[in-house]
Design a protein around this ligand. Sequence first.
Ligand code: GLU
Length: 413
Amino acid sequence: MPTAFHNALIQLHKAANIIHLDNSTLAVLEAPKRILTVTIPVRMDNGQIRTFTGYRSQYNNARGPFKGGIRYHWNVTEDEVKALSFWMTMKCATVGIPLGGGKGGIIVNPKELSKRELELLSRGYIQAISHYIGPDQDIPAPDVYTTPEIMGWMLDEYEKTVGHHAPGVITGKPLALGGSAGRGFSTAQGGVYCLQQALKRLGKQAHETTVAIQGFGNAGAHMAHILHDLGFRIVAVSDSKGGVRTHAERLDIPALERHKEVSGSVVGFPDVEVITNESLLELPVDVLIPAALENQITKDNAAHIKAHIIGELANGPTTPEADEILFAHRHLVIPDILMNAGGVTVSYFEQVQNAMGYYWTEAEVLQKLEQIMVDAFTAVWETKDKHSIDMRTAAFVLAVDRVATAMKQRGMV
Ligand code: GLU
């Protein structure tokens, strides 16, 4: 299987060709500006020291400080973090917010750690990278298996190191520490705005639209909740343990959320068919939402996908080979760097509010988010039509051009 960063470079080159990007700019865009690798010793509850490896990839800061989440996962690699930091660069440029791209990760299964061990690991990671982050330098945030509580510990550790308040160093914080209203569900909400724009152009209503969602974490579960409230028919969802599908009108999402809260998984929910994560992707639905990890839709299953619309709430769920197949079969892929950009957009709002020391209501946040998402969707849609390309390439065409312009105007290239 090609690596995530290999796939990212294919996407970059495809867009670079269309805009005739010069070779020097392309060469700079082919590698991160800096990657930190850190070793974090943690005294575990049994008294022994265990060391963990963490990364922070700072990809590009031509348009603003590096920005992107921190992932805790046993499969984290330097290559993956590098790809994710590249996608953050392109994501911020696609929605036009003044930030660059970065990403962090620690190789760990957080479910195996006690709360105390998790806190020490999070503090240790921030200590290790503290000289390289800051509100004007690099701003971390949550990602897979990291939470507002973890952001709170990280903020506290950073502020102890620098000796003053600096809420803008990290986003996705708890509200009491300067978090933004709406940040918790903003990734999903941004995806909902994108999906509504797509359906509007296809002349389709919510109540006649069936949806399958892969992943029931922060992004997937909030997506399910919001779409359910809007009247969409969510007929299948999954998490890391497996999936469930209903043959009735639609799943009762609030009941499913309560079930997951108690049992830890969507599996075991009554009166449903149990399915695998792989088979969920191939269900006969109108909309498929991959909201888990990378490389889910590949050359092996792309031809079996039946959903007309694929809305990528996860980062990097589709490989470039699968993209070709989906485009040839006339599927509409709303790409990750647009579809899931609501999260980083509200992170940006969080930073703006931190800088002002003045906080907006949820209604204000959502109104501003909708404006940005609708404008970005429209620009990507028009670029797709102009060049007769898929939406991902269109988003990259816009984003690469914006990043390249900033690099040139700085005299970097
Ligand atoms: N981890 C999220 C993403 O992949 C959010 C990043 C952020 O808010 O900085 O977009």
